[in-house]
Design a protein around this ligand. Structure first.
Ligand code: CUA
Length: 150
């Protein structure tokens, strides 16, 4: 009957979606675990956030503090080991940017005075480009960085 056909078509679609999502994360050796945004007081941003850096916080666990500012990301490159879990904390020092890792589902808006955070699992070594998807000025199109999983 038609009803059965529709049901099968719907199931195939769902399987397709799941396959796409799985390929997008696991297939590339990158899996997003958590994606949230915390707001910090802009006045105390420097104190809370500190310098751009990668910190080793536990066995296979790292925290990357990334600052976006026209038209760069710091640190650059961001270097993390393979087989690790990395929580990125990203903020902007001027206007709205984004932090988007090419070819992965890591993609977040970066807003001055706020800290975007996301936790990502890196299985395999690789080199990824970081680009800005939010128009941020004349050289927006040149704003890029590197993420090295070593
Ligand atoms: Cu930063 Cu566009």
């Amino acid at each position: 009957s038609y009803e059965k056909l529709w049901l099968i078509a719907a199931l195939l679609l769902i399987v397709g979606f799941i396959a796409t999502i799985t390929y997008g994360s696991v297939g590339l050796g990158i899996a997003m675990i958590d994606d949230s945004e915390d707001t910090v007081n802009p006045g105390s941003l420097d104190e809370d956030f500190g310098e751009p850096r990668v910190e080793h916080v536990g066995e296979n666990e790292y925290e990357a503090y990334v600052i976006a500012q026209t038209f760069t990301y710091r640190p650059d490159p961001i270097e993390v080991p393979a087989d690790s879990e990395v929580t990125f904390y990203v903020t902007s020092r001027d206007v709205i940017h984004s932090f988007s890792v090419v070819g992965t589902n890591v993609n977040t808006m970066v807003i001055p005075g706020e800290v975007s955070s996301m936790t990502v699992e890196f299985d395999d070594p690789g080199e990824y480009g970081i680009v800005c998807n939010e128009y941020c000025g004349d050289f927006h199109h040149t704003m890029e960085g590197q993420l090295h999983v070593v």
